[in-house]
Write a protein that binds this ligand. Structure first.
Ligand SMILES: *Cc1c(COP(=O)(O)O)cnc(C)c1O
Length: 400
């Protein structure tokens, strides 16, 4: 009786989510993450070209990535069954930490099971009540939660508003440590953070710069080093966070990288590191391989740039308005939520998988279909996708 009243309460909550049109369902994929995927819907099985994965370099199902995972499974087994500091540190973990440090040109790196974990472990460890965090309003949920766990003073500025950031820095002037926290790339808009300006302000006010570059690593910058390389400030960013679950193979895992002292303190005190199992060796090994492939198959970065530019140019020529700029996240701005919902359904029907977003995920009246390009796409795939958008956009009156 007691239990059933709980269940009834939760059912009401779920019904309210449904009534608001916000209930999320999950499409079931039966093939590896790749250029195209097969899905089972409620009614039928279908295959679609995939324009909504974070598989930016097309490495998720790369034969060398799979081989590296198989080999590590044989040499190191499935999992460590231990946290890192008891008996969960393998030579592979050390190698990946070194690789990330070299890649980002910092002293040291600490691995977590996800970037979400990395962010929830970072702020609490480094910042107390005498400190301040200054955070971009559009930062990822894991940064927001990480900041919530710390006792630091909190300041928030409208995304990309450097004057507002400066006001926050002035307001936090008396604090012991000040950290400016930002996504390198904002995932709903594809906007790249203004890191050069942020680094200038940080220097002026004696703040540290923390960049979560989950969508930037392996994606932008001449050699894939991310938003800092793209803006010419590699070496001026104090702390990086990132994920291996996107461009770098798409498995899982995350990290914090920066100065020795920061990383050493995290190893001693950071709770998601101390009290959660070590990353599985097959994923560590395949992530190492992803870093190798980023260099040895450098055509992937160039091709990604090419298909992104082509999609943007052709869509704009058809009269669509696109958010973002140089990043493969290319939101097709539609404004109206119903239009975004109807068009994304029609596109999937035509075999193009891209997801619509509307309020409250994005602001009211700014509904969109978020397209993400990948090095797995061919130029012909992009042209085909643009044709689908054009035909369906005309049918629904989104373009003339
Ligand atoms: C995707 C993402 C994360 C979460 O990464 P996981 O490794 O999947 O937990 C964290 N921060 C940002 C900015 C992201 O885009």
């Amino acid at each position: 009786m007691y239990v059933s009243s709980f269940a009834a309460e939760m059912r009401r909550e779920i019904d309210a989510i449904k009534a608001d049109g916000l209930y999320k369902t999950e499409r079931v994929i039966t093939t590896p993450q790749d250029r195209s995927v097969s899905t089972v819907g409620p009614d039928r099985q279908s295959s679609a070209l995939n324009f909504c994965a974070n598989n930016y370099l097309g490495l998720a199902n790369h034969p060398d990535i799979r081989a590296a995972a198989h080999a590590a499974l044989d040499s190191h087994g499935l999992g460590m069954a231990s946290v890192r500091f008891i008996c969960g540190t393998s030579d592979l973990h050390i190698a990946l930490e070194k690789t990330v440090s070299q890649f980002l040109e910092v002293d040291d790196t600490i691995l977590y099971n996800s970037c979400f974990d990395a962010n929830t472990g970072f702020f609490e460890t480094l910042l107390g009540s005498e400190d301040a965090v200054i955070s971009d309003q559009l930062n990822h949920a894991s940064i927001i939660d990480g900041i919530r766990l710390s006792k630091a003073q909190r300041h928030r500025y409208p995304s990309g508003d450097m004057d507002a950031l400066e006001s926050c820095l002035k307001a936090a002037d008396d604090c012991r440590r000040k950290v400016i926290a930002t996504d390198g790339v904002f995932s709903m808009d594809g906007e790249i953070a203004k890191l050069a300006d942020i680094c200038d302000l940080a220097e002026k006010y004696g703040a540290l710069v923390f960049v979560d570059d989950s969508h930037g690593l392996g994606v932008i910058g001449a050699t894939g080093r991310g938003s800092a390389e793209h803006q010419g400030v590699l070496g001026r960013v104090d702390i990086f966070a990132g994920t291996f679950g996107k461009a770098l193979g798409g498995g899982c895992g995350g990290f914090i990288a920066g100065r020795h002292e920061v990383v050493s303190l995290l190893r001693q005190r950071s709770r998601p590191y101390l009290f959660s199992n070590a990353m599985p060796p097959p994923i560590v090994a395949s992530t190492l391989k992803a870093f190798e492939l980023l260099v040895s198959e450098d055509w992937r970065l160039r091709h990604l740039k090419e298909v992104t530019a082509r999609f943007r140019t052709e869509m704009t020529a058809h009269g669509f308005s696109l958010g973002g700029n140089e990043h493969p996240i290319s939101p097709v701005m539609l404004g109206d939520a119903r239009l975004a919902a109807q068009m994304s359904a029609a596109l999937l029907e035509a075999g193009l998988y891209a997801v619509g977003f509307w309020y409250p995920v994005v602001p009211q009246g700014m509904a969109r279909i978020r397209v993400q390009l990948s090095a797995a796409h061919t130029v012909a795939d992009v042209d085909w996708a643009v044709d689908q958008f054009a035909a369906i956009g005309r049918r629904f009156g989104a373009i003339k």
